[in-house]
Design a protein around this ligand. Structure first.
Ligand code: AMP
Length: 214
């Protein structure tokens, strides 16, 4: 399945929960890029300034990463993608990658602009390993490192730019998917537990659609 929603909508948090509940990997392109930047490997060096400016990394680069990841054995039984696709070109590439596999489930998380800005200004990651922290975390749950603001969140210009990039480049994918029987839209302004309930119901009803049509 994929999750669509603006930065700050809660995709990462919800993707993590769904992946744990359903026993499938969570694949976050933002996490992959942050890890690469943290390590300073070739991918990280190429992506660093783009990510820090709130722009999108080139389609061919990110599509290559996702293609390789989705073809690994642990993703054969399903996966939760977080942060991909972000453009119509990526959405079309994903359809090609998944040709012959079970239908994609698409969940859109809807949150109004003001609430997104509020959330983005308080979102933290681990300064040591780059993992995303939950709102109540004091230290990193993975490595015990200190938590810091995300470098692309702390700055209001970059935040505005990311919301603009979402509206211009990513929102059009909602129309690309909307007519599919496995498309669902949920209200992301509720508490994380409520959103998780809505998410589970959306996934189950979409799965039901795929079973009745096969
Ligand atoms: P995220 O953690 O999903 O908000 O992603 C953080 C940043 O990584 C984004 O602002 C982009 O610069 C980059 N990024 C993540 N996923 C993609 C993608 N699918 N296409 C292009 N850039 C991406």
């Amino acid at each position: 399945m994929i999750m669509i929603g603006p930065p700050g909508a809660g995709k990462g948090t919800q993707a993590e929960r769904v992946a744990a509940e359903r026993g499938v990997p969570k694949i976050s392109t933002g996490d992959i890029l942050r890890e690469a930047i943290h390590q300073g490997n070739p991918l990280g060096l190429r992506a660093k300034s783009t990510v820090e400016q709130g722009e999108l990394v080139r389609d061919d680069l990110i599509i290559g990463i996702v293609k390789e990841r989705l073809n690994r054995p642990d993703a054969r039984q399903g996966f939760v993608l977080d942060g991909f696709p972000r453009t119509v070109v990526q959405a079309k590439a994903l359809d090609e990658i998944l040709a012959g596999r079970d239908p994609l489930i698409i969940v859109e998380i809807v949150v109004p602009h003001d609430e997104l800005v509020r959330r983005m200004t308080s979102r933290r990651i681990c300064g040591e390993c780059g993992a995303t922290a939950g709102p109540a975390d004091v230290k990193c749950r993975l490595c015990g490192g200190e938590l810091v603001l995300r470098s692309d969140d702390g700055n209001s210009e970059v935040m505005d730019r990311r919301l603009q990039v979402y509206a211009q480049q990513t929102e059009p994918i909602v129309n690309y998917y909307r007519k599919r029987s496995t498309f669902r839209s949920i209200d992301g302004t509720q508490t994380p537990d409520r959103v998780a309930d809505a998410m589970a119901a959306a996934i189950d009803s979409a799965l039901e659609t795929t079973r009745s049509s096969s």
